[in-house]
Write a new protein. Structure first.
Length: 315
């Protein structure tokens, strides 16, 4: 299953086109399910529509920021997108919108971040007599152009470069960088090794936690004793990567499966006290998964440990 991407643009949309053409390669792990814009006249919308990609445009004029972001958010969700790729989307985003796509929204910026956040990046690089400019793809966080950098390409500045000639070459670098970085990023989120490593970090952060291998599964327990988390990778050839955690019993298990039958399942041989949570659907909320792990730890932890934790929390 390919990862479903919504691309947001404001103008020419040439980066969007680069993402779109890369997505036509059979090996590409993502597909573009929507191109949306705050500018109904954006050139890129025509390219997308002609390529058979659904488009959506609502001008921000006359709407406050949160309201416009909410309209865009609804369109993205409606299209079934799991990731958002900003490609020349020249809008400052509301904190609500950023929070909703936390860890799943990428942006491309025409500088070697953290250098030259904001506008006029090429002009600033030339004025500063830099010898290299470049482009960065980063995760979007609340702070403008500030999230973790996922990939960069340096572009040498030629003597005599103008803002325009430099911008053209940086764009060529962008067309290489964005599709590759996006592909690696979405592939990582279904890669069992990456997913196991994420769980490991969260599980081993619990007090007195340790790891063993149990029935071939990475398994996390407390001091060699009771187990609170397993990672199931293609166990019984089910081709799923999932986290198994403790729950209160059959009712909670049924309720979870009922709420989202794709994500939650009854793990074979574990009984009613456990639930399987798929990690390979591409939309993991790691804070939420951390909460599951902490809750599971608490369910099996000896009283003396939980009492210590409660005391620590009181202070
Ligand atoms: C790209 O160069 C992108 O890096 C930049 O806008 C251009 C969009 O061109 N983005 C920003 O400046 C974001 N701060 P495009 O519409 O042809 O892809």
């Amino acid at each position: 299953m390919k990862a479903r991407i919504a691309v947001l643009i404001s103008g020419a949309g040439t980066n969007m086109a680069a993402l779109l053409y890369a997505a036509k390669l059979p090996s590409c792990p993502y597909e573009i399910v929507l191109v949306a814009s705050n500018n109904p006249d954006a050139e890129g919308l025509k390219i997308a529509a002609t390529e058979g990609i659904p488009t959506f445009a609502v001008s921000h004029i006359g709407l406050d920021r949160a309201a416009h972001d909410a309209v865009m958010h609804d369109a993205i969700v409606e299209a079934g997108a799991v990731y958002v790729a900003l490609a020349g989307y020249m809008r400052i985003l509301s904190t609500e919108f950023v929070a909703k796509w936390d860890g799943r929204m990428l942006n491309i910026h025409p500088s070697l971040l953290p250098k030259y956040k904001g506008l006029h990046t090429h002009q600033r690089a030339i004025q500063a007599k830099d010898t290299v400019a470049g482009t960065s793809v980063h995760l979007v966080t609340a702070e403008l152009d500030d999230g973790p950098v996922l990939g960069q390409i340096e572009v040498a500045i030629l003597p005599g470069d103008t803002t325009d000639t430099l911008a053209d070459r940086v764009k060529m670098a962008e067309y290489q960088l964005y599709p590759k970085t996006l592909a690696d990023f979405v592939a990582r989120n279904t890669n069992p090794e990456y997913l196991t490593a994420q769980v490991r970090t969260l599980a081993l952060a619990q007090p007195e936690a340790d790891e063993v291998l149990s029935h071939g599964m990475p398994c996390f327990g407390i001091n060699g004793g009771k187990k609170f988390a397993y990672v199931s990778v293609d166990h019984h050839k089910d081709s799923k990567t999932a986290l198994l955690v403790k729950i209160s019993g059959v009712e909670e298990q049924a309720m979870l499966i009922d709420s989202d039958a794709e994500r939650y399942y009854r793990p074979a041989y574990f009984g009613d006290g456990w639930v399987g949570i798929r990690l390979d659907l591409g939309d993991n909320d790691w804070d939420h998964i951390g909460e599951w792990i902490a809750k599971s730890w608490r369910a099996v932890a000896p009283k003396k440990l939980t009492r210590l934790m409660d005391l620590a929390e009181e202070f």
